[in-house]
Design a protein around this ligand. Structure first.
Ligand SMILES: CC(C)(COP(=O)(O)OP(=O)(O)OC[C@H]1O[C@@H](n2cnc3c(N)ncnc32)[C@H](O)[C@@H]1OP(=O)(O)O)[C@@H](O)C(=O)NCCC(=O)NCCS
Length: 213
């Protein structure tokens, strides 16, 4: 079971960090952070988050073909390996920051951060999903905690992450709240998805905010 309580924590060089608590940025260029290692599930640095590859098509299809997973996503359920490959090549790989969430080097989901353009590039939209067999094991909460310091470092102009979540997507709301996002409001009839206009909550996390422990 992949639960936060199943991890042990230790201070390690930043390049070995797979799970992040409070990152310290010392005077030297060697940053340290809090790393976690699963006690009974191996989720290593290489395994955790990495860019998508064409060879992920089969693994991607395994969860992207599931209507339960895509119900709250803006894209349509993927139905074949060919479609999966095209999506990876045309959407996932060129994306500014879309990482595959991996377990045992298999792609089980994704997390993405997409900055707006021009004068709005200080804010970015956050998205994520994993295969339904992995739901409720703390994986996306952990992945988002890893992602936040990485994207604020990669996009130095970024000051705000935001996420839009449908009213009945309780799992996603919990992820954001467990990471430290603030629920700012309720947007009535805001997002068009799968043929209907849906109500949504808006959440944000600022560069100055603290990741929840
Ligand atoms: C929403 C989603 C990303 C959550 O990922 P996850 O790895 O299961 O989340 P976590 O295990 O870190 O869960 C955080 C909390 O939400 C709860 N949770 C997870 N999925 C849930 C669900 N479907 N219904 C109710 N609660 C759920 C977990 O039990 C946990 O609560 P707890 O800490 O009280 O035990 C995942 O369910 C998913 O991929 N859904 C489909 C895609 C999607 O909705 N993406 C987000 C669009 S805004």
């Amino acid at each position: 079971m992949f639960k936060a309580e199943n991890f042990q924590f230790q201070v390690v060089p930043f390049h070995e960090v797979v799970g992040v608590g409070d990152i310290q940025w010392p005077e030297s260029d060697v940053a340290v952070g809090i790393s976690f290692h699963a006690l009974n599930v191996k989720w290593t640095t290489q395994d955790s988050l990495r860019p998508f590859r064409p060879s992920d098509a089969e693994d991607f299809l395994a969860w992207a073909r599931d209507d339960k997973v895509t119900h709250y996503l803006r894209w349509k359920t993927i139905t074949s390996r060919e479609e999966a490959l095209i999506y990876i090549q045309q959407v996932a790989i060129p994306h500014p920051w879309r990482q595959s969430i991996c377990l045992d080097n298999h792609s089980i989901g994704y997390i993405s951060v997409k900055p707006e353009s021009s004068n709005d590039r200080h804010r970015a939209h956050v998205g994520y999903a994993i295969g339904s067999e992995y739901w409720g094991q703390g994986i996306v909460t952990a992945a988002l905690k890893i992602a936040i310091p990485i994207v604020f470092e990669k996009f130095p102009f970024l000051v705000r992450l935001e996420a839009l979540v449908e009213e009945d997507n309780v799992g996603s709301q919990k992820v954001l709240e467990k990471v430290g996002f603030v629920r700012e409001g309720f947007l009535r009839k805001y997002g068009f998805n799968k043929g209907e206009i849906r109500d949504m909550f808006i959440y944000s996390f600022l560069k100055t905010d603290k990741i929840a422990s």
